[in-house]
Design a protein around this ligand. Structure first.
Ligand SMILES: [Zn+2]
Length: 255
């Protein structure tokens, strides 16, 4: 099973190829049908195509020149399928993080990034028999992302504890901490979290990869108020926007 989703670059290339093929075919037609009405129509079309292509060719590449063009970003919504992750009294972690991941991916693609997801639905493959880490790391190996974002929800015995928090591995890529801080700053600004970035996590996606990688714990499902927020589409959109803004800042800072 391959859940890797290719980004807009490939589609753009295919469209351009089609446009070029279409031009070549139609330009030949007037040579053998000048005296017919159809021939006149073809002359008109060919005349248009001679002048129009420059505009088409000039515009298409612009579609790929977003602030994140050249980046391949792997979005890893945690858990899925047989594994619900943290369970609030209303929501499962797996559903919230999938929504946030998909919203984030949409924004990243519009900004020119190639986006790869570890899952785009609740299906993470029952045949993986509970261990999805090798499968997820296999996608890292296959697509060679430049940035990795794992999305999770937190859970704690004290229901008063709340707030989004970003984790990284200090022994991993040197820029992981910087990426974590960009995201934490956005989350602080827009969600009011008072938490700080931390290395106190053991997560395969951070420990076994070499590119800048973070785990975004979007909030605590064990906190009843935060659970309501996490389950709301508008808050999920806000979380995705925070992560997106931070990724753009991070990429700009590295240029
Ligand atoms: Zn989780």
């Amino acid at each position: 099973m391959d859940l890797g989703i290719e980004g807009s670059e490939l589609r753009g290339a295919t469209e351009m190829t089609r446009a070029k093929k279409g031009r070549g075919k139609r330009k030949r037609s007037p040579l053998f049908s000048l005296k017919s009405t159809i021939g006149l129509l073809i002359i008109f079309c060919a005349g248009y195509l001679v002048f129009a292509p420059q505009g088409i060719d000039a515009e298409l590449p612009l579609l790929h020149k977003g602030p994140l063009s050249g980046e391949t970003i792997l979005i890893d919504p945690g858990h899925g399928g047989f594994d619900p992750g943290a369970c609030g009294s209303i929501y499962f972690e797996k559903d919230i993080v999938l929504n946030v991941g998909l919203l984030l991916g949409e924004k990243l693609e519009k900004a020119g990034a190639k986006v790869v997801y570890t899952r785009t639905s609740d299906d993470i493959g029952e045949d993986l028999q509970g261990n999805t880490s090798a499968y997820r790391l296999g996608l890292v190996e296959k697509y060679q992302p430049t940035i990795i974002i794992s999305v999770h929800c937190n859970d704690f015995e004290d229901p008063k504890i709340r707030g989004a928090q970003v984790f990284y591995n200090g022994s991993g890529n040197v820029r992981s901490e910087e990426l974590a801080q960009f995201i934490q700053d956005e989350l602080e600004l827009h969600t009011g979290t008072t938490r700080e970035i931390s290395q106190e996590i053991g997560h395969f996606m951070l420990d076994e990869t070499l590119v800048p990688a973070v785990t975004v714990e979007t909030g605590f499902l064990s906190n009843p108020e935060e659970e309501i927020l996490l389950g709301s589409p508008s808050y999920q959109e806000k979380l995705a926007q925070c992560i997106y803004n931070a990724i753009v800042s991070f990429v700009n800072a590295g240029q």
